[in-house]
Write a protein that binds this ligand. Structure first.
Ligand code: CA
Ligand code: CA
Length: 364
């Protein structure tokens, strides 16, 4: 090939690439977007922030919205095909009267109703499907939590045509084998399960033990940090009283510890991945972003979807005093049960001050 032809081809490739990434002004005169279809999402994102998340907080509604992305998407099965559900298709909202009856979806009614209202009222003249809305609200909500990665958002999920069947969502009382098998059937390996569990850094339990409703899974439910992975490794207390099915005792007062998290943190298949996230914010955030990108499009034809990730706000970094994993007051390396023999456990400092219970997360 003559050199001149090569130069022409290279120039064409560069021009095509530039055209693909060029941002065009949106009709609102404020935003720009790489695809015109993304423009309609900017006012919707503003509406979600104001209506669902109190102007941009990382509170209970964000936790529940993130939980909803998972409970909608995981209704998907390679082995069962369409009878296993349509994945991230919005079925949990479209067929809420059926899917919220499933025990694993307990407590999701409130956030589904809030999101349904916003879907009809926040979107102005641009309407999106329930499946798109659930994943969009989840990604916007996560962006309010300092330390979180900016999640991908693809637009274009068709409306759900049927509810997902029951028993697709892993339960906190399931064994690690059962949980890994369910995730494998949806296309996730055990390491990706651990990555998805980073969601428990910004989560609280509502229904597992009503006597401690709102108990978070780590001491910093308003921050997407690595505390969850550290605090789960603290040795449990010997007294176990008042525990509910799916719960195991946490040594930190006010904190909820799920039996499933406890088992996965100590399972030989995942203990090293679990430990690798302790005090490694970038590694954890990156793994979570990748696993969420997969989860958010389960059952969808991504070749028909438009990448509108640009509408998701850029999350703030962690406050400097939370940039490292730290033991809660009263704990130290002596309290850790490290189960990964391959790598030494990091040496971490202890938060100064008195031992204080973790307060519950309550709806605003
Ligand atoms: Ca679904
Ligand atoms: Ca946290």
């Amino acid at each position: 090939m003559p050199l001149g032809s090569l130069v022409v081809i290279t120039a064409l490739v560069c021009a095509t690439s530039a055209a693909l990434t060029r941002r065009a002004p949106c009709p609102d005169g404020v935003h720009t977007a790489t695809h015109p279809a993304c423009c309609a999402l900017f006012p919707l994102v503003d509406g979600i922030q104001q209506t669902l998340f109190d102007g941009g907080e990382c509170g209970d509604e964000v936790h529940e919205s993130l939980r909803l992305t998972f409970h909608d998407a995981i209704g998907f099965s390679h082995s069962r095909g369409r009878s296993g559900g349509g994945g991230a298709d919005g079925s949990i909202m479209t067929f809420a009267d059926i899917e919220t009856q499933y025990p694993a979806n307990g407590g999701l009614d409130d956030i589904i109703h809030m999101q349904e209202r916003c879907l009809s009222q926040c979107s102005g003249d641009g309407s999106i499907s329930a499946g798109d809305f659930i994943q969009l609200a989840g990604a916007v909500g996560v962006s309010n939590c300092p330390g979180a990665p900016r999640l991908q958002f693809l637009l274009g999920r068709p409306n759900a045509t049927a509810p997902a069947p029951d028993n697709m969502v892993p339960a906190p009382f399931d064994s690690a084998d059962v949980i890994f098998a369910r995730f494998a059937d949806a296309g996730f390996n055990p390491d990706e399960v651990v990555a998805l569990l980073a969601s428990h850094s910004i989560a609280a339990s509502k229904i597992i033990n009503p006597s401690i409703a709102g108990a978070p899974f780590d001491s910093t439910p308003e921050l997407f940090d690595t505390q969850f992975f550290l605090e789960q490794l603290l040795r449990p207390p010997t007294h176990e009283a008042g525990l509910q099915r799916g719960q195991t005792d946490s040594p930190i007062e006010g904190e909820m510890r799920l039996m499933s998290d406890y088992l996965i943190s100590r399972d030989s298949r995942t203990s090293c991945t679990w430990q690798s996230f302790v005090n490694n914010q970038a590694r954890m955030a990156n793994a979570f972003r990748n696993a969420m990108a997969k989860l958010a499009v389960l059952g969808q034809d991504t070749s028909q979807m438009i990448d509108c990730s640009e509408v998701i706000p850029e999350p703030k970094p962690l406050p400097i005093e939370h940039s490292q994993s730290v033991y809660p007051a009263g704990f130290s390396n002596a309290d850790v049960e490290p189960l990964c023999a391959a790598t030494p456990f990091p040496t971490l400092s202890t938060l100064p001050g008195p031992i204080t219970p973790v307060p519950p997360v309550l709806p605003s």
